[in-house]
Design a protein around this ligand. Structure first.
Ligand code: HEM
Length: 125
């Protein structure tokens, strides 16, 4: 297995990850009902986001926290949902890639999940 090296790899990863999210009814409703995410619009944004984080390219300028606070205002993003999200993300990485960037992307995902949960907990106080 190869490491995550290119935006094509990231595109493959995010599509594989979303297949898992959307086939798990414990979390899929967030993407299909709460926010009706247009996947073909969403995937390139996710690729740009992870490319900036992992491959050192730029280009992501949105406010990730505010976007998730807005989702949370519609439907509570519970610790259980974050745990499901992280499990599918890690599984997608580990089933398809191996190497330094894989460890980097999983660490980043976990630390962002932690930060988002802290902000959501504050917002919901
Ligand atoms: C419970 C866990 C999570 C759920 C249910 C969730 C759900 C969503 C939804 C519904 C959107 C689309 C929002 C919209 O277009 O209005 C979104 C966008 C996004 N999410 Fe999450 N998310 C979760 C955790 C995370 C984490 C931990 C990360 C990063 C490590 C992340 C990264 C992103 C990115 C990069 C976008 C695109 C934002 C943009 O349009 O600029 N998400 N998420």
């Amino acid at each position: 297995m190869q490491d995550i090296k290119t935006q094509t790899d990231l595109d493959f990863l995010v599509r594989n990850f979303y297949k898992k999210l959307l086939s798990d009814e414990a979390i899929s409703y967030i993407f299909t009902d709460v926010v009706k995410v247009n996947l073909e619009h969403h995937f390139p944004i996710l690729v740009t986001f992870w490319s900036q984080a992992i491959l050192g390219t730029g280009g992501y300028t949105n406010n990730l926290t505010q976007i998730h606070l807005d989702v949370n205002a519609k439907e509570y993003l519970s610790p259980q949902l974050f745990s499901i999200w992280i499990n599918h993300f890690n599984a997608s990485v580990d089933e398809n890639f191996k190497g330094e960037n894989c460890e980097k992307i999983k660490t980043q995902a976990l630390s962002l999940a932690t930060i988002l949960q802290i902000k959501i907990a504050k917002e919901n106080q």
